[in-house]
Design a protein around this ligand. Structure first.
Ligand code: HSE
Length: 436
């Protein structure tokens, strides 16, 4: 059988990784897919570099429209990124009856509903394993491997840049700005790291996982997104003293009244496997009612790890493109007419435990006032740490860990605590998840 023909849009890091792995493993991949997979054309504005990377073996064009309009191309691999031109090209490819493989989490988290609907109308596949956690086959696991389960929650370290920064802050006791500069110097953080450090990239990824886990349309606009830019080294240190590590988690959880969808720095017990995922690695923990907890770990970025996911999708499409669309795995794991309208809960309604740190005057009754406010708000204290005050400085840090409560309860209590004359600082509030 003739090879299936692929048009590659963008030959940067992931594109060149895809080209190289496909070439290196072509025989193994052909034996798995049932036919060869051939990159027939590459579109990249830098045609010279594209020719160099492909050794002159593949046709190179500057205009990606040429690729999505070519009748001989069966699958378009979109590796341009962003929501602008990538969205137009993906929709055009779909309208032209082509299957699409993409690593573009931003595009799917924001425009996924439109794109999946367009693909359904045309009977084509949009595959996106590489969009979440790079080389870890988490989309496959959620859509297929765990399909028997009522999924209860997912917690993921799904941004390598921030995990690297947090690991360095903890190991070296350095503050965020210092470590960010070092990460940029070493190439772990981009020159403009905004999407990573502000939690946006992780929110794109958890939005996609949430939709697949719970069978609901993608709703990035409802996700609560907090990054790590305001995290201080002292909280990492105090968390450690209390037996916790701070990780930027993408979390989504089924509650009785809706779905939680959130990204924020989170205290996780140091004894959990996921708390020990260090450096730029990714990990996703999924709790299903039948299987219990399953953990997926690996490289979340990089040329060949991400290519591994792109090529897995290419093989899937090669095997399935002649199948009746009704018999394929639905884009969001649930049949499109079975998607649920369950609401995404506002952050005020989220249930969590909390870490509270405050600076107080070291005098009689301070603790009693604070614990009274918490008790009146129905918040139960789980643990407490009081640092010794320094000689001649009658002030101290108090750190409290709460049991589960609603976020609005804790926010109301914090407002009252901050109004106490003996509380000398704003209260630092971090969320804490036991993940058991
Ligand atoms: N920038 C991402 C990360 C990889 O740091 O994990 C691509 O999503």
């Amino acid at each position: 059988m003739n090879p299936i023909k692929v048009g590659l849009l963008g030959i940067g890091t992931v594109g060149s990784g895809t080209y190289n792995v496909l070439k290196r493993n072509q025989e193994e991949i052909r034996r798995r897919a049932g036919r060869g997979i051939e990159i027939a054309v590459v579109a990249d504005l830098n045609t010279e570099l594209a020719r160099e990377l492909t050794g002159g073996e593949v046709e190179v064009v500057a205009d990606a429209n040429e690729v999505v309009n070519r009748p001989d191309i069966d699958i378009v691999v979109e590796l341009i990124g962003g929501y602008g031109v990538a969205r137009e090209l993906v929709l055009k490819a779909i309208r032209n009856g082509k299957h699409v493989v993409t690593a573009n989490k931003a595009l799917l988290a924001v425009y996924g509903n439109e794109i999946f609907e367009a693909a359904r109308e045309k009977g084509v596949i949009v595959a996106f394993e590489a969009a979440v956690a790079g080389g870890i086959p988490i989309i496959k696991a959620l859509r297929e491997g765990l399909t028997a389960n009522r999924i209860q929650w997912i917690a993921g370290i799904i941004n390598g840049t921030t995990n690297f920064i947090l690991s360095e802050m903890r190991d070296k006791g350095l503050d965020f700005d210092t470590v960010l500069k070092e990460a940029q110097r070493l190439g772990y953080a981009e020159a403009d790291p905004t999407f990573d450090i502000e939690g946006v990239d992780a929110a794109h990824k958890v939005t996609l996982m949430s939709s697949i886990a719970f069978g609901m349309p993608v709703q990035f606009d409802k996700a609560h997104v907090e990054g790590i830019t305001r995290l201080s080294a002292v909280d990492i240190k105090y968390a450690e003293e209390l037996g916790y590590r701070i990780k930027l988690l993408g979390l989504t959880r089924r509650r009785e009244d809706g779905i939680e969808l959130r990204v924020h720095p989170t205290l996780v017990p140091a004894s959990r496997l996921i708390a020990n995922v260090e450096g730029a690695m990714n990990a996703v923990l999924v709790q299903g009612d039948a299987v219990g907890a399953t953990l997926y770990y690996g490289k979340g970025a990089g040329a060949e790890p991400t290519a591994s996911a792109v090529i897995a999708d290419l093989v899937d499409v090669t095997r399935l493109h002649t199948a009746d669309p009704e018999h394929r795995v639905p884009h969001l794991a649930f049949q499109p007419d079975e998607l649920s309208s369950v609401p995404v809960l506002p952050i005020d309604e989220v249930t969590s435990s909390y870490y509270l740190r405050m600076r107080v005057s070291d005098e009689t009754g301070v603790l009693a006032d604070i614990t009274r406010i918490l008790a009146d708000a129905g918040i139960s204290i789980d643990a407490m740490l009081q640092k010794e005050s320094r000689e001649g400085e009658p002030q101290t840090d108090i750190i409290m860990l709460s049991h589960l409560c609603r976020e609005k309860q804790v926010n109301a209590a914090i407002t009252k605590i901050e109004a106490l004359p003996t509380v000398l600082s704003a209260v630092t509030r971090l969320r804490m998840e036991e993940l058991n």
